[in-house]
Design a protein around this ligand. Structure first.
Ligand SMILES: [Zn+2]
Length: 280
């Protein structure tokens, strides 16, 4: 029962932020005549829907953290339904608040269904740097709406995936909190391996492990092939057991790129406290 309540609470948090986003989107559209939700890049990437989807899904994120729940498949389904409701609400609020120049309300003149058909099929989009007008999009407008729905969902899936990847303490079913972090940068993979390959060959409570964690490794300037390692000490808020998480990035000459296959999580035994090692 408690689990069900917590799961529903997370969906509810997402529902609240989604409704707020729908209201904000229509309010902004009324004030500025810019509807963020319908922004497109190259007519195929629904950035506006993606962004609004991300903001709408922030409720799931904070809800999941607050209730310490990993998102479940059930939540994913609820997210799809809530995304549909939100998009419908954006259209409906647009319908309910539309007023013609002569002061007559659209809602008094046409049904919601007819209104929806008009705004979807008679919409114009501007394409490319020249902002060329597409003309009326016609029935293609329904495909555009579907694409916006997908974009809105992707924003939510992004949050879902992010939450799924957050490390948890399995016995307590709690998200781990970061207690301390150390960052090291190495000129190349060989130098990085001197640290990365060696670290967990050492006994974690011994002086060599502590010295290696504390050792400074910085680079004046990152060049191609440089390696960046973030070492975080995470702790379970309930049982206090600690975990070390390492995330690796490699420099490709232009920027740092995540190397997710080198990410590692190492659970420490429950008597070990490495906070003094990380802090000093
Ligand atoms: Zn725990």
């Amino acid at each position: 029962m408690r689990r069900l309540f917590e799961n529903l609470s997370i969906a509810l948090c997402g529902l609240v932020t989604s409704l707020l986003v729908a209201v904000a989107d229509v309010a902004i559209a009324r004030m500025t005549s810019i509807d963020i939700f319908t922004f497109f890049v190259w007519l195929v990437v629904p950035v506006g829907a993606l962004m609004t989807g991300l903001v709408a899904a922030s409720g799931y994120y904070f809800g999941a953290l607050y209730f310490h729940k990993r998102p479940t498949l059930a939540l994913l389904l609820q997210m799809v339904v809530i995304a549909g409701v939100t998009q419908w609400l954006i259209y409906w609020l647009g319908y309910a608040t539309s007023v013609l120049d002569d002061g007559r309300k659209i809602a008094d003149l046409v049904s919601f269904r007819d209104y929806l058909d008009v705004i979807l099929t008679k919409a114009h989009y501007r394409v490319g740097h020249a902002q060329a007008d597409t003309g009326e999009v016609g029935t293609f407008g329904y495909w555009i709406a579907a694409l916006q729905f997908a974009g809105f969902l992707v924003g939510g899936f992004f949050i879902y995936a992010f939450l799924r990847n957050k490390p948890v303490c399995a016995p307590c079913d709690k998200y781990l909190r970061r207690l301390a972090k150390r960052t090291k940068k190495f000129a190349d993979a060989e130098a990085a391996n001197g640290y990365y390959e060696r670290l967990f060959t050492l006994p974690v409570e011994g002086p060599d492990f502590a010295a290696l964690i504390r050792s400074d490794a910085t680079l004046p300037k990152a060049t191609k092939g440089a390696v960046h390692i973030d070492t975080s000490l995470l702790g379970c808020p309930q049982c206090k057991r600690q975990t070390i998480e390492e995330k690796v990035k490699a420099h490709n000459g232009g920027e740092w790129k995540d190397a997710p296959h080198l990410r590692r999580l190492v659970n420490l035994s429950d008597t070990v406290d490495l906070l003094p090692v990380f802090r000093s």
